[in-house]
Write a protein that binds this ligand. Structure first.
Ligand code: ADP
Ligand code: G6P
Length: 467
């Protein structure tokens, strides 16, 4: 029997991983800010999470319960994976919404698959939502779901949050089925963005493309008010602080520095291996500073963790080649036997290992060409309760609006990046501490629980007890 919930989250991915233990294959809650933030709300409302469980098949696993959340898997076939996920979501929409830093690829057969899979998610949400329930749809993979769901279930309260940037009108207009996407989103009652500017782009687009009237941030969609607003997402700050203060993590941070040869300066990058993250330009800045004699090995070393991501999409394959070539070039020129200049790790790590890396780094480099928010920047700040460390941050990351005391740079200007890195390397301790403290103070009151509460309260879900 299908469970009906008064609160439903719909996201491309489920917040679970399938793991093999002594007792066989089991589901485990995956770490992640979104599920941490929403867990209390889901648990309180006997909530359901609708999403893809990973893997491909015609049939999804049966729904199951995990730590107080109903998990409702939606299947993706190999064909859906190629066309809806890798194609339309990650080779068309992802680059287009990130300022087209890579050229978006448009293919008609991907569009059909995107429609089909969005309809499947809408169908699943319609099935599990109780009368009058609140449904919160997440991110760019599911932009048609709000309207599809409203058509099936006009009784629902529907929210949508876009985790990535929303592009300016001129860019959005490149999208072949732009009006359909826009109408899809307008099926929601509340549409959340990371930035004020993105919400403004959206309301203006509604007028430009569909001739809809708006007042402030409220669009009139055939007499139905649809609100757009900015809700900058955050992290579980308390959890990161706890982890970083753990003696085992502190010991591991020391060990990492020792393994790196106890350099004076550890410069760190942690990203999904994605072309929006500016990994190459960061490596180039480091290489040029070594070449100019402004930095030298082994006093300064760089660690770049690059999580494998979307590996079958061509843009990502090209990027990997370019990044690895640059790492090879730097190590070839500036490394010595047993002393590389860049430690490059194309791997995923546990949360505690990441926390240890953050604690071990003197300078954290977050240099995306465009990023909705960038949680890594916030994690680094939260991990430095010792108020050590310095953050170099791109002005084109959403996080730059909040983390004003970081060393901000324009990632399109190589000299500017080098200068910001040098300023971070040479900052005096009291000044570094002052900056870190101010950013930490901001994050403590703006954690992911605050984000979830603000959105759900605006949507009209009263007194939400989020984390
Ligand atoms: P994006 O959502 O584009 O990947 P964010 O910086 O907003 O970028 O979020 C990335 C999340 O993935 C962070 O929570 C970060 O800790 C995690 N992460 C990044 N690299 C790794 C890694 N190598 N292993 C495990 N988690 C990682
Ligand atoms: C970004 C997107 C998420 C996505 C994540 C990982 O954070 O906003 O929607 O889940 O990247 O990407 P993946 O393609 O592996 O789900």
């Amino acid at each position: 029997m299908t469970v009906r919930s008064s609160f439903v989250v719909v996201a491309n991915r489920l917040p679970v991983d399938e793991v093999t233990t002594d007792e066989g294959r089991q589901w485990r809650r995956s770490p992640g800010g979104l599920v941490t933030a929403l867990h209390p709300v889901l648990a309180e409302h006997k909530g359901t999470w609708v999403g893809w469980a990973g893997g491909t098949s015609e049939e999804a696993p049966e729904p199951f319960d995990l730590e107080g959340i109903h998990i409702h898997p939606v299947p993706l076939t190999a064909n859906d994976l190629e066309r809806y996920y890798e194609g339309m979501s990650n080779a068309t929409i992802w680059p287009l919404y990130h300022d087209a830093v890579e050229t978006p690829v448009f293919k008609r057969r991907w569009r059909e698959s995107y429609r089909l899979v969005n309809a499947r998610f809408a169908e699943a949400a319609a099935e599990v939502a109780a009368e009058g329930a609140t449904v919160w749809i997440q991110d760019y993979q599911l932009q048609l779901v709000p309207a599809m769901l409203r058509e099936r279930r006009p009784d629902l309260k529907i929210g949508f949050f876009l985790h990535i940037p929303f592009p300016p009108i001129e860019l959005f207009m490149q999208m072949p089925f732009r009006a359909e996407i826009l109408r899809g989103l307008l099926g929601a009652d509340l549409i959340g963005f990371q930035q004020r500017l993105a919400a403004q782009n959206f309301v203006r687009l509604a007028r430009h493309l569909l001739g809809l009237r708006y007042e402030g941030q409220v669009i009139d969609v055939d007499g139905r008010p649809v609100k757009a607003g900015a809700f900058p997402i955050s992290i579980d700050v308390a959890e990161m602080e706890r982890m970083a203060a753990d003696p085992a993590v502190q010991a591991r941070a020391k060990q990492i520095r020792a393994e790196l040869g106890d350099p004076r300066m550890v410069i760190l990058g942690v990203d999904r291996l994605d072309y929006t993250k500016g990994i190459e330009l960061r490596l180039k800045a480091f290489r040029e500073l070594l070449s100019d004699g402004k930095l030298s090995v082994p006093e300064a070393v760089m660690v770049q963790v690059a999580t494998p991501s979307r590996e079958r999409v061509e843009h990502y394959q090209t990027l990997r080649v370019k990044v690895e070539r640059e790492v090879g070039r730097i190590n070839g020129e500036f490394g010595r036997v047993g002393v590389p200049a860049v430690h490059y790790l194309h791997q995923s790590y546990s949360r505690t290992e990441l926390a240890a890396l953050y604690c071990a780094a003197d300078v954290m480099m977050v240099t995306p060409l465009r990023d909705g928010m960038n949680l890594v920047a916030k994690e680094y700040v939260a991990a430095r309760a010792d108020t050590g460390g310095a953050l170099v941050l791109s002005e084109f990351a959403g996080a730059a609006t909040e983390l004003r005391q970081s060393f901000l740079c324009n990632p399109h200007d190589p000299d500017g990046v080098k200068e910001a890195l040098l300023r971070a390397v040479h900052v005096e301790h009291p000044e570094a501490r002052r900056r870190m403290r101010l950013m930490q103070r901001h994050l403590r009151t703006h954690d992911v629980g605050h984000w979830a509460r603000s959105f759900l309260n605006e949507l009209g879900v009263p007194d939400v007890e989020a984390a």
